[in-house]
Each structure stands twice: as structure tokens, then as C-alpha cells.
Design a protein around this ligand. Structure first.
Ligand code: ARG
Length: 398
């Protein structure tokens, strides 16, 4: 093929997306390599500078950290988003944003196609392709890494044959994806669910045994669901996340070892580190326990689970995801207040909470004399509440 069509490639600077540049070029594509900064570590600029040597016609670095926090991470916090009750959607959250950046660049450069570097086994291919399809239904999507059928060793040999300036030529046993909401680690020895994860896979969290044994309390302030201060000091949400990543990580809090159900039907063993995400979700849920009425709270938990499922499954750009958020937005005025988190080695628990819209009424709740609760209401209420159970027992026997 020598059509010289333009393709926008989601480029990370890693082995696969680096090899994808000559691979696509050899197929007649003109490659625009795009690295999207969502808070992953490492020198992305250096990776972008390397792309032309790999054969890219153009390479760009897009700082999307603010957009990621505002448009993706904060909604995830509002929805207490945990897939299968455990995984704060670290990788799943960034894919729709990266897709949007790619589509914007493809439209402004008149590119005919967009390429991602996912393999055929994971969830990320689904998230990219469903998102790209929703944002630009007519754009062609290429998945060179899925198509070429090379093992990691093959890819290294491919890169060496062509003298590609790829920094990681020695095979790392793990596949890692990271952004400011956390870190996903898979492959290697982790593929044995009976094998405890080796300590050297962790970067954001210390070993809990090595953490300070002196507990530390940290106060998180929320305004309309947004974390705006730590210990009374106002910070941008991005800085709240960075600060809690450090505090919680230093206490060895935020590790997740999960056998999860992937969208493509397989179970996979995944390790995550998400100290800030887990601490903030714990605080936000705790605030909700104080400020939401019980019937709304029960339905909110169902919306939360639905939202996490949709995002995990690549369905970000759908009306249902937006509708679930609209449900939560209905009580945004009840999502302000302070929660005190207590960090201990490997642990983080809310130990105090307050809010101007607290529904907690000490006069009603107290067991002290002179409370405002009318005890005489209780007897009739309990009789009526138990009536169906009593009736059932009468008919069916005890
Ligand atoms: N299993 C997680 C998810 O589906 C993590 C994916 C990590 N991605 C990666 N390319 N290593 O969200």
C-alpha cells in the first residue's frame, strides 16, 4: 500500500507503540505520534523527541492532566467508582480522554485513521475503539499491535533489526499503565493468582510493615463533591490527589490484589496501587453517609456500581453514563463537608465527619435524657413494620 494516508497514533514511548511507527510507515502511512500526559511518570518529552527518529512525520505532546481530573477523575469520585467493588478504574478512566485528544488531532490534521497500541486480549482495545467510534464514527481505527501477532521478544527483535532508538529493549516482566489516579500492574509472576505479588512491583506505596506506626489524621474538605483542601489548606484537586498519593502511599495504603473479570470474558489477576483514589473514595462515601437520605443513598450505590461497570466496559460516551451522573448531580448541594481520615500502616479509615447539610441530628440520635425522638411513635410503628412477617408466619406456620 503506498497511499501515504495520515494516521494519528496513540504513542507512549514504550516498545509496542514505538515499533508501531515503522510498522505503519512501512504500510504506507504517514504517522502523527501523539503522547497524552495524564500524569504518568517518566520523560514523555524525551519519548516525543524520539518519535521522528522512529519515522514519525510529526510528534506531539498533549498535557491533559487538568482535563483528566476535571472531566474524568472528579466524576469517578462523585460516583465512588470501584469496579467489582475494588478497582478504581485507573486505566479505564484515561482511555476515553485519550480517544478525545486523538480525534481532535485527527480532525484538525485531516487524518484518515487513528491507531492504538493495544493487544487483542485486554479491555483497553475495547475502550479505545468504542470511544473513537462514538466520537468519530467514520474514522478508520487501526490496531497494529493486535494485528502483527508478534510476541514481546519478536517485537524487541523487530526494533533491534531496524536499530530503533527504544530505551527498554530488555524484556520487563510486567505490563504497567499509570496515570495520576493510580497504577496498574499485570503479567509475569502475577499471572499466578496463588503467588503473592513481589514487593518490587510497587512504586507508589511502601510496604505497610515499613510504614510509620504512629497514626496520622488528615482532613479532606469537599465542596459540591470536589476535594478542595487538605488539612485546611486550599489546593487544586490535582494537588489534593498528588498530596494524598504521597501521604497514603507512605503509610502503605492503596494496594489492590484482584482477580477481575475482563470484558473479553477472561479472569485476570491484576495488581493496582491507588492510594489517593482509595482514600478519597473512602472519604467521599463517608460524607455521603452523613448527608444523603437513606432511600437516595441506596439508589446512589446502585448508580455508582452501574457507572463503574459502564466505564470499565468502554461505554463512556453513552447516554446511560451521563444519566447516572445526572442522578448524582441532583444531590450535589449535599456533597460539601469535611472528613477526617486516619492513616495507620496499610490502613485508612474515616474517623470524623461534619457538614453544613448533615442530616445527623444529635437531639434525635442521643440516648441521653430529654431527646427529641417521640418514643411513643415507636410501638405502633414496630407493630405495622412487623405485620407482613407475622401474617406470613400465621399462614405458613413458624
Ligand atoms: N485490567 C485493568 C483494566 O482493564 C488494567 C489495564 C492496564 N492496561 C495496560 N495496558 N497495562 O482497566
Amino acid at each position: 500500500m503506498t497511499t501515504n494516508k495520515k494516521v494519528v497514533l496513540a504513542y507512549s514511548g514504550g516498545l509496542d507503540t514505538s515499533a508501531a511507527i515503522p510498522y505503519l510507515t512501512e504500510q504506507g502511512y504517514e504517522v502523527i505520534a501523539v503522547a497524552v500526559d495524564v500524569g504518568q511518570p517518566g520523560d514523555l518529552q524525551a519519548a516525543v523527541d524520539r518519535a521522528p527518529q522512529l519515522g514519525a512525520a510529526e510528534a506531539r505532546l498533549v498535557d491533559a492532566k487538568e482535563a483528566y481530573v476535571e472531566g474524568y477523575v472528579l466524576p469517578a469520585l462523585t460516583m465512588n467508582a470501584l469496579y467489582q467493588d475494588r478497582y478504581p478504574l485507573v486505566s479505564a478512566l484515561s482511555r476515553p480522554l485519550i480517544s478525545r485528544v486523538l480525534v481532535d488531532i485527527a480532525k484538525s490534521t485531516d487524518a484518515a485513521a487513528i491507531a492504538h497500541g493495544c493487544t487483542g486480549k485486554g479491555n483497553d482495545q475495547v475502550r479505545f475503539e468504542v470511544s473513537l467510534g462514538a466520537l468519530a464514527p467514520d474514522i478508520e481505527v487501526l490496531a497494529p499491535v493486535r494485528d502483527w501477532g508478534m510476541t514481546r521478544e519478536d517485537t524487541i527483535a523487530y526494533a533491534e533489526d531496524r536499530n530503533l532508538p527504544v530505551t527498554t529493549t530488555k524484556s520487563s516482566p510486567y505490563s504497567i499503565d499509570e496515570n495520576l489516579w493510580g497504577r496498574s500492574i499485570e503479567c509475569g509472576v502475577l499471572e499466578d493468582p496463588w503467588s503473592p505479588p513481589p514487593e518490587d512491583i510497587y512504586e507508589l506505596t511502601t510496604t505497610p510493615e515499613g510504614a510509620s506506626s504512629k497514626p496520622r489524621d488528615v482532613e479532606v474538605t469537599f465542596e459540591a463533591g470536589v476535594p478542595v483542601a487538605i488539612d485546611g489548606e486550599r489546593l487544586a484537586p490535582l494537588n489534593v490527589i498528588e498530596s494524598l498519593t504521597k501521604v497514603a502511599g507512605d503509610y502503605g495504603f492503596g494496594r489492590i490484589d484482584l482477580v477481575e473479570d475482563r470484558l473479553v470474558g477472561i479472569k485476570s489477576r491484576e495488581i493496582y496501587e491507588a492510594p489517593a483514589a482509595l482514600a478519597l473514595i473512602a472519604a467521599h462515601r463517608d460524607l455521603e453517609s452523613l448527608t444523603l437520605d437513606r432511600h437516595f443513598a441506596r439508589e446512589k450505590r446502585r448508580m455508582d456500581a452501574l457507572w463503574a461497570d459502564l466505564v470499565y466496559q468502554g461505554l463512556w460516551f453513552t447516554p446511560l453514563r451521563e444519566a447516572a451522573e445526572a442522578f448524582a448531580a441532583h444531590t450535589r448541594s449535599a456533597a460539601s463537608g469535611d472528613v477526617r481520615l486516619r492513616f495507620t500502616p496499610g490502613g485508612c479509615l474515616p474517623v470524623a465527619r461534619r457538614s453544613k447539610t448533615s442530616l445527623y441530628d444529635h437531639g434525635l440520635a442521643t440516648y441521653d435524657a430529654g431527646d427529641a425522638f417521640d418514643h411513643s411513635d415507636a410501638a405502633g410503628f414496630v407493630r405495622l413494620w412487623g405485620l407482613p412477617a407475622k401474617q406470613w408466619a400465621r399462614v405458613h406456620g413458624e
